[in-house]
Design a protein around this ligand. Structure first.
Ligand SMILES: Cc1ncc(COP(=O)(O)O)c(C=O)c1O
Length: 356
C-alpha cells in the first residue's frame, strides 16, 4: 500500500484499529442510565434530595445538548459525543486507537499543543511533520511518515496558532489515503468562510471532526467540546468516558446558548470585524514585520523583536501569547481579538512601543 492509494474502509477494518481491551470493555453503568420509564422519585444514586439546581447527577450523555447540536448542524445525535472541552476528546481518541508503547500519532506543528500532550500521557510516539513556512501542508513529506504505527493523523483547520485554513482538497486526499483515523479539529470553524467537513462526514468512515463551544460560542469556561464520527466510533467514546463528564451547569448553559445561535453569530461577526481592523492597523506599525492571514478570532504576527514587544505589553497589563518557540514562528506573537476598547488599548501600547 502506498499513500497515493485510496483506502476502502470496512466496518471490520475500523474495528481493527481499536485497542482490543477497549473493544471489549464493559463501561461503568451509572444509576441514571439503568432505569427506563418515568422518574418521579429518585432514590437510586445516593444524591441529596434537596433541590438546589445541582443536587442531581447530570444526564451522562447530555442528550438534550446533543439533540440541539444535531439540529443545528444537521447531524444524527447518535453521531455526536460531548467532552469536558474538546481537550478531553483529544485524549479519548488517543486512548481508543493507540497502543501505549507501540503506536504513533502524526501532527503538523506549529499546531494545537494538546495532541502532543495526549500522546505523552498515553505513552504514544508523537511524530511531527512541520507545516511549510506559509503554514500549508507538506503533503509528500507527510505521506512519507505514514506507516503501520501511525494510528492517528491530527489535522487542525483553521489552525492554531497560524490562523489559516488548510486546502480542502489536500485534507480530503489525506483522509482518503491515511491508514488510520484522521481527526479534523474545527475549533475555529465558526469564524471562517471555509466550509466545515461535517456535511461530508458520511463519506469518510475514518474521520472524526471536533468542534467546541469555547471559541465562537464564547463558553470556554463551561468546557463543552464535541466530536462527530460514525456511530461505532462514538460507541467507543461512550465506553471510555467518565460517567458524568459534562456537568449540569454546563449542559444547561450550552442548551440555552444553542437555542439562540443568532446571538453567537452577532458576536462572531463583531470579532471578525475586530480581527480585520487589528490586521489593518498593525500593518502600519514599524515594530510589525508580517501579519499572517487569518480566518479565526486571532492573528499570528511576526515582530522585529517579539520578546521586547511581549514584555512591553505585559508591563502595561496586556497579555498576548508567545509563539516564537514554535517551528516557522520565530519572533511571532499570537494576538486574540478582544473587545473594541481592548484592541484599542493594544494598538495604543504598540504605537507607544514604536515611538520609543
Ligand atoms: C485548535 C484547538 N482545538 C481545541 C482547543 C481546545 O478547545 P476546548 O476549550 O474545547 O478544550 C483549542 C483551544 O485553544 C484549540 O485552539
Amino acid at each position: 500500500m502506498t499513500a497515493t492509494e485510496t483506502i476502502s474502509w470496512t466496518p471490520e477494518k475500523i474495528r481493527e484499529l481499536v485497542r482490543p481491551n477497549i473493544l471489549t470493555l464493559k463501561p461503568y453503568s451509572s444509576a441514571r442510565s439503568e432505569f427506563k420509564g418515568v422518574a418521579e422519585v429518585l432514590l437510586d444514586a445516593n444524591e441529596s434530595p434537596f433541590d438546589n439546581g445541582v443536587n442531581r447527577y447530570p444526564d451522562p450523555l447530555a442528550t438534550a445538548v446533543r439533540q440541539a447540536i444535531g439540529g443545528l448542524r444537521n447531524v444524527d445525535p447518535e453521531r455526536i459525543m460531548l467532552g469536558n472541552g474538546s481537550d478531553e476528546l483529544v485524549d479519548y481518541v488517543t486512548r481508543i486507537f493507540c497502543h501505549p508503547g507501540r503506536d504513533a500519532v502524526l501532527a503538523l506543528p506549529p499546531t494545537f499543543g494538546m495532541y502532543k500532550v495526549a500522546a505523552g500521557i498515553n505513552d504514544v510516539e508523537f511524530r511531527a511533520v512541520n507545516l511549510l513556512p506559509d503554514f500549508t501542508i507538506p503533503v509528500d513529506q507527510l505521506k512519507g511518515a505514514f506507516d503501520d504505527k501511525t494510528r492517528i493523523l491530527w489535522l487542525c483547520s483553521p489552525n492554531n496558532p497560524s490562523g489559516n485554513a488548510m486546502d480542502p482538497a489536500v485534507m480530503e486526499d489525506l483522509i482518503r489515503t491515511f491508514p488510520g483515523i484522521v481527526v479534523l479539529d474545527e475549533a475555529y470553524i465558526d469564524f471562517t468562510p471555509e466550509a466545515s467537513f461535517l456535511p461530508r462526514l458520511d463519506e469518510f468512515p475514518n474521520l472524526i471532526i471536533t468542534q467546541t463551544m469555547s471559541k465562537g460560542w464564547g463558553m470556554a469556561g463551561a468546557r463543552v467540546g464535541m466530536a462527530f464520527a460514525s456511530e461505532f466510533i462514538i460507541t467507543m467514546m461512550k465506553a471510555i468516558k467518565p460517567p458524568y463528564n459534562v456537568n449540569v451547569i454546563s449542559q444547561e448553559r450550552a442548551l440555552a446558548a444553542l437555542q439562540r445561535p443568532e446571538v453567537m453569530q452577532a458576536k462572531v461577526n463583531t470579532l471578525i470585524g475586530e480581527r480585520k481592523r487589528l490586521a489593518r492597523e498593525l500593518d502600519s506599525l514599524a515594530c510589525v514585520e508580517y501579519i499572517f492571514p487569518s480566518v479565526t478570532n486571532f492573528l499570528l504576527v511576526r515582530f522585529q523583536d517579539s520578546a521586547a514587544v511581549y514584555q512591553f505589553l505585559l508591563d502595561r497589563g496586556i497579555v498576548v501569547r508567545n509563539q516564537s518557540y514554535q517551528p516557522n514562528a520565530e519572533n511571532c506573537l499570537r494576538i486574540t481579538a478582544g473587545l473594541p476598547e481592548e484592541n484599542d488599548r493594544l494598538l495604543a501600547a504598540l504605537r507607544e512601543f514604536d515611538a520609543q
